[in-house]
Ligand binder design. Sequence first.
Ligand SMILES: [Zn+2]
Length: 230
Amino acid sequence: MYVGDCKVEITRKRIKHLYLRIKEPGCVHVSAPKHWPGDYIQSVIEARSEWIKEQQQKLLQRQETTPRAQSYEDHAEIVVEGQSYCLKAVRKSAFPQLSAVTLCRETKTLTLSMSDPSNLEARKKQLDKWLRAQLKERIAQLLEHWQPIMGVAASDFGVRKMKTRWGSCNIRTHKIWLNFDLMSKAAESLEYVVVHELTHLYERYHNKRFYRLMDKYLPDWRERKQRLNS
Ligand SMILES: [Zn+2]
């Protein structure tokens, strides 16, 4: 069973009471007495659904507010679309044929071509600018694909750094915002967030109707969400 979009795993044990444990996002573990009927267990869990949702939210926020600092030294790991790349920077004058950022899938390297490769702040700037442009292009393609299928349209979209959310949707203006950090996530994850925000153009709240629409358009959205947050 599910509470909202959170999967419930029930284990029957020789115990007297029911116990709920939340250890990972998107999943709650329940230990229930062996002799309790299934529908009774379900009703007890449902009665705790608000608490479960709150705990899930807290867990996600804890994870999202403690990111490890990104290094921009040579050989630092940069994650793009779920793949790790090894960062290096070269002097532009020595490699005039290179563009500002070159991502090589074969060698798993990400090369910055710049006038002063020793400037770490400049490395970050150049890389962020490129990542933002890549992400915007991917989002534009996804919107082009999904809007006609879903019969809704965002008025505009933007990318920004967000601490606690992957995306947001302004119901009034129909503008969608997506988290800059989605650039490091796999393509399916980004697609999930885009469809989620487009669904808000139909339904403002995360209610039954919202989840029914998600199930209709993206039946595997729960797995995508779990992967995104793990
Ligand atoms: Zn939402």
